[in-house]
Write a protein that binds this ligand. Structure first.
Ligand SMILES: [Zn+2]
Length: 307
């Protein structure tokens, strides 16, 4: 049996929001089993609490934003990915502004802080969502699907039509150590022309070369270059881990994404959750047994350009 977890100690992160540019303090503190991840806007009086779950997603434009009664917390995906990547199920997040600090644009600072705070095992078993039938969502030529699998796997196929970066593909069976080393450090990114347009519209106000990879017309603008040759697709996988963690359960399933993003990730999860015939909640032993029936081959490419 696998049990739910929380943090052993509090941990605080301070920084600015990528889109708002607002300085923010964010303190994560231990929570009881069954709490999930709950944000508290403590800058408001009275404080407003928002559970991090698919039903509370209010926007997926540029980042994933949750809200309740008109109060929101934006850009939660990198923190959510770090929590899932570190196997932390329950935590209270006290935040002093409308957006999670962007830190260095990756999930690595969060992973580091969570590891330093330590993980505490609780006495209630963790539930797993076992995918039993495929679910697919599309948006034009963009697609995301989740199929039964004996593990949590993400295959991501992203297409670039740009002189500096080419198409990138990765397929990975995620576990905590692998996530921390190979995915958490991958930074968010944008094209120089798009970043300038966003800033003109009052977005990406906190964005800089300190917290994003910026792709110029003929080169990467960051002096230090990339952290991985395929840092972009690794970041898309990181985003997907964060967005899918809003299921509230660890997943046994294989996500196949073609040119997907926050919007399609959210639509995939909402579609899956709305179809109870396509999944079952189980404790670890039963989930593993159920999922072991699925041993589907991993495709080299998710979809070809022509399909
Ligand atoms: Zn991201």
């Amino acid at each position: 049996m696998v049990f739910q977890t929380t943090l052993k100690n509090k941990t605080t992160f301070t920084g600015i929001g990528l889109h708002s540019g607002a300085p923010t303090d964010m303190t994560l503190r231990p929570a009881e089993a069954g709490t999930g991840i709950v944000f508290h806007r403590i800058d408001l009086s009275p404080a407003v609490s928002i559970e991090a779950c698919a039903a509370n997603v209010v926007s997926t434009r540029l980042s994933t934003t949750i809200g309740s009664d008109g109060v929101t917390v934006a850009t939660i995906e990198h923190l959510m990915a770090a929590l899932r990547g570190c196997g932390i199920d329950n935590v209270h997040v006290d935040i002093t502004g409308p957006e999670v600090p962007i830190m260095d644009g990756s999930a690595a600072p969060f992973v580091e802080g969570l590891k330093a705070a330590g993980v505490k095992v609780l006495s209630r078993p963790r539930k797993y969502l076992v995918v039993k039938k495929p679910v697919t969502v599309c948006d034009g030529d963009k697609k995301a699907t989740i199929i039964p699998s004996r593990s949590f796997r993400i295959s991501f196929d992203m297409r670039f039509n740009h002189p500096v970066v080419s198409n990138q593909f990765r397929s990975v069976r995620l576990n905590n150590d692998l996530f921390a080393a190979d995915y958490a450090p991958a930074r968010t990114f944008g094209f120089l022309a798009e970043v300038e347009a966003l800033k003109a519209h009052g977005l990406a106000r906190g964005g800089s070369l300190e917290n994003a990879v910026v792709i110029g017309d003929d080169r990467i603008m960051n002096e230090e270059g990339l952290r991985f040759d395929d840092e972009f697709v690794r970041h898309k996988i990181l985003d997907s881990v964060g967005d899918l963690s809003l299921a509230g359960y660890h997943i046994f399933g294989h996500v196949k994404a073609y040119k997907s993003g926050h919007d399609l990730n959210h639509r995939l999860l909402t579609e899956l959750l709305s179809r109870p015939d396509c999944w079952r909640l189980m404790e670890f032993g039963d989930a593993e047994k159920e999922a072991s029936r699925f041993n589907l081959p991993v495709p080299e490419l998710v979809w070809s350009e022509a399909s």
